[in-house]
Design a protein around this ligand. Structure first.
Ligand code: SAM
Length: 282
């Protein structure tokens, strides 16, 4: 926070940054994995940063958490068992548990402090943590996936930090191969895949790595996320053995839970590939 009361995240190598007017820093700790800071802001509610990078704000997290969960879950024919890797703020977990058919969710977050701090400062994101279907584990998601029984999960969601440090391996070919094995028939993997504007090469690399792991169909979802680098974000889905183009549209229309961003039109639109990426992703 600078002298004028602004928090600024400079976007590495992009010559750009985002600033949020803050009123107070309310928490600051160094966990075994990262620095966790919490600020109160003038217009975005509570802000959490990890190693100085925006992770979640009260105001705009709904877009990201809905897009990391509902497209994959409504594409799967009947998701029962879900694995979330990362997701320590628990916003994705809350969205997954809105689906009644879900029997159990393993959330594997390497840094327990992220979840404990989120329980204190983002109670609404953690509102589903006591759901009997939720199983919170604090471990390395790469190891967890490697040791998972073949075919155990219907959907795997990788809600990780950027591909550096402990998260780097979550963007690797060997991890994708472990996900392929841990997914059941009809299984779907979805991972946050950074900014299409700043990180197009990473998205292309993910498509190549997922194809190399024998996933049959791969599709990237594009959506806004104003507090993440460039304000334009993505999540990349990979289906073990089916097409991603069709999803349970009627179930989306008839869903019995509220969303603020996701609906069936958004689902269709998010799958449309921007022209500059079309040749490389299709
Ligand atoms: N929405 C954020 C984004 O897109 O950058 C991600 C939110 S969530 C807080 C990211 C979490 O991934 C962090 O809490 C971090 O500790 C966790 N993480 C990173 N590498 C991991 C790994 N190998 N296994 C499990 N969790 C990991």
């Amino acid at each position: 926070m600078d002298k004028r009361g602004w928090y600024t995240e400079e976007w590495a190598g992009a010559g750009a940054a985002i600033s949020l007017k803050v009123t107070e820093k309310v928490h600051d700790e160094q966990s075994p994995y990262q620095r966790i800071e919490i600020y109160e802001t003038e217009t975005f509610g509570t802000l959490m940063t990890l190693d100085g990078l925006v992770m979640v704000t009260d105001r705009d997290n709904f877009i990201y958490h809905e897009m990391m969960s509902h497209p994959a879950l409504f594409t799967h024919h009947k998701p029962r068992r879900v694995l979330i890797i990362g997701g320590g703020d628990c916003g994705t977990l809350r969205e997954v548990l809105r689906h009644d058919a879900i029997l159990e969710v393993d959330q594997v977050e390497i840094d327990e402090r992220v979840t404990r701090v989120s329980e204190q400062f983002f109670p609404e994101l953690c509102s589903a943590n006591a759901d009997p279907r939720a199983r919170l584990h604090f471990a390395d998601g790469i190891q967890w996936t490697k040791e998972s029984s073949p075919g155990h999960y219907d959907v795997i969601i990788v809600d990780s930090t950027d591909p550096v440090g402990p998260a780097a391996g979550l963007f690797s070919a060997s991890f994708y191969a472990d996900c392929y094995r841990a997914l059941n028939a009809g299984g779907i993997l979805v991972g946050q895949s950074e900014s299409p504007l700043f990180h197009a090469d990473l998205i292309k690399g993910m498509h190549g790595g997922l194809r190399g792991a024998n996933f049959l169909d791969i599709a990237t979802l594009f959506f806004p996320q104003c507090t993440y680098p460039s304000g334009w974000w993505s999540a990349t889905m990979a289906a073990k053995d089916r097409a991603l183009s069709n999803f349970r549209e009627e179930d989306v229309e008839n869903r019995r839970f509220p969303t603020r961003y996701y609906n069936h039109g958004i689902h269709h639109g998010a799958l449309a590939v921007p022209e500059f990426l079309f040749k490389t992703l299709m």
